[in-house]
Design a protein around this ligand. Sequence first.
Ligand SMILES: [Zn+2]
Length: 389
Amino acid sequence: MEEMNELFYREPYTREFEAEVIRCDKGRKYWEVVLDDTAFYPEGGGQPADHGMIGDVPVIDVHRKGDEILHYTEGPVEAGTKVRCVIDWDRRFDHMQNHSGEHIVSGLIHRTYGYENVGFHMGDLVQIDFDGPLTWEQVRDIERRANAVIWENIPVQELFPDEEELQDIDYRSKKELQGKVRIIQISGADTCACCGTHVHRTGEIGLIRLLHVIRHKSGVRIDMVSGKRALQYDEAVFDQNHEISVALSAPETATADAVKGILNQNVQKGRRFNDLAMKYFEAVLKTAPENEKVSVIFCDGLDRTAMRKGVNTLLQEKNASAAAVLSLEDSGYAYVILSHQADLRKCTKALNERLQGRGGGNAEMIQGTFQASAEEIETAVKEVLTGLF
Ligand SMILES: [Zn+2]
């Protein structure tokens, strides 16, 4: 591990500082600035880099390269000068809340189930992977206990044990560590080797929310958020639930049952609607004229199965040479056309062109949608199909 002597380690709550520019070189995309000391945290250990300003140029990214910390900036700063630096504190404090929150959760899971944290990524959500299975109930239990650690407002301690002391400490670590090791300890919850920045006391995390658990490799992946991000997430979910509650006149703690009730009603209504549409369609088919060369019937509310039955009926019972059934949908008129006497593939292109249609099929049956009025469709279908015989 590195020397861990930079300003962001010595005083992690530094928001503004003055530093000397050691050098500033034009890189491939950005300028690369090295300072004599820095409070800008470089990406590492799963924690993203700090943003902010060096003088009047924005800092886009920060990386550790060998012994140096490179600040990638949008413009140059003069080497040898002293510059005022400002950390984007909202971003950094969010990282601290979420990193400390992650330690508590990983530590509690490790203590309770013996699983290791085998992956950690801070994006919009914080993702943590573990090498063993967890149920949603177990995850919920961990969330409750993690929030209890927040209420205790205990210190997040930073330890630099020597090699002998380190042997007596039971700590989580992704790799075998040598040299100076930094241990982050949250009494009763976690002890872990870490190079990130943390809050001073657990109370500053405010809130931990474990959002999803999915199976991942031989274990699970948990999405979580802490601090202000957790509050914002809760607000968004609360607002959605509140709207559902008002719309359905249901208590906020019983919206799921209300929604399920409505979905169930919808299924029932859909079935009743289909029954009625079919009865109506059968009546329409009965009154269709007989012995027409091209029989064209419009009836709304039909699915494709009903439409295919309809064209068969028109051919068999009404003795039509070709039959078309059309039903209005959101995207236009759905059509099914059937004939055993002509090759319908020959007319697909003409019909689709005249009626802005899509679809096709085989020699005997074509189906798709037309974007035209009922009158236009009836005229075009009769003209084009009559031409086939
Ligand atoms: Zn860490």
